[in-house]
Design a protein around this ligand. Sequence first.
Ligand code: PLP
Length: 371
Amino acid sequence: MSCDYITLANSGVQGLHPYQPGKPIEELQRELGLSDIVKLASNENPLGPSSRVIDACREHAAQLHRYPDSSGFELKNALSARLQVRPEQITLGCGSNDVLDLVARVFLEEGKSAVYSEHAFVVYPIAVHASGARSIVTPAREWGHDLAAMADAVKGDTRVIYIANPNNPTGTWSTRAEVEALLQRVPESVIVVLDEAYTEYVDDPDYPDGLALLPRYPNLIVTRTFSKAYGLAGLRVGYSVSSPQIADLLNRVRAPFNVNSLALAAAAAALEDGDYLARSREINRSGLQQLAAGLSSLGLEYIPSVANFMAVKMPADAQRVYSGLLQRGVIVRPVGIYNMPDHLRVSVGLEAENRRFLDALPAVLDEVNRG
Ligand SMILES: *Cc1c(COP(=O)(O)O)cnc(C)c1O
């Protein structure tokens, strides 16, 4: 007799689907035999890693037989100095994804609920459902989070609210006034996770710095990452800043050595490279403008974004446009799982990469519209 292990999995896991990553360049190479491929699918930094990071990795390569420093002493101290928070407030993760998951493991279980928005980052439903908790999904407002509706949605069993600021895949963001109004309304017993994965890219004066809110809101957890503006997506390192007590709880369920030694060294080196960060921001600013102008001149609608990507509304079957772009060596991201079946998400690349995307689009749209 064979056993159906699906029925044995915890009930939250039974309903889950695996995370769908952006298509790797090598995979498209294998499938289509293309050599000149542009990947604008995972919000990666188009500059490549900082040379200081590469040097740091080389220096540490000789110590790869050692376990990493599980306490992350040096990186936490570097972050502490940079962010003006105490090292005890910091929790390091294997990407900030890890920390988002730790929050669910610490505060959620069957019989509890978590609130997040429609179109919000897909890691939230995965983390929530895997914990056995229930999701409360609030309707979006102009594609963005409606923080007033999220505060209204809090129930007696709600333990966590996830807010992506800015959100992926919409690129929308919440103002300081909106975030503060939510923090003032929800009980202190509800953990508010402010996911600031793209914070380095945002310039708007009304965009809040979550760290500045921490002293007044002990239920706040701010998460950040080295994957985007710092260009370390492949190494997997992110962190949260919270009260020391919450950090202690997260640390109880954290896998030992969750951040590897190259990642620790590379992240510390990346923090030191202010020029790289400035260049990342500049390339992104001009890339967003380039994409906006190019899309407008093609008559295409997009959701205005402050992050390093844009969700573009397709005037034809988006899945087929995605395939057509693949045929031309341009990888973008379908966002059907975000309940946005008519959009494609394009990450900001270098000028020539953005141009490849913009140049390929008209022919692909033509082809798809002709059937
Ligand atoms: C990319 C992203 C993250 C960070 O992912 P890492 O695990 O740090 O690579 C977190 N939140 C959002 C909204 C993201 O888009």
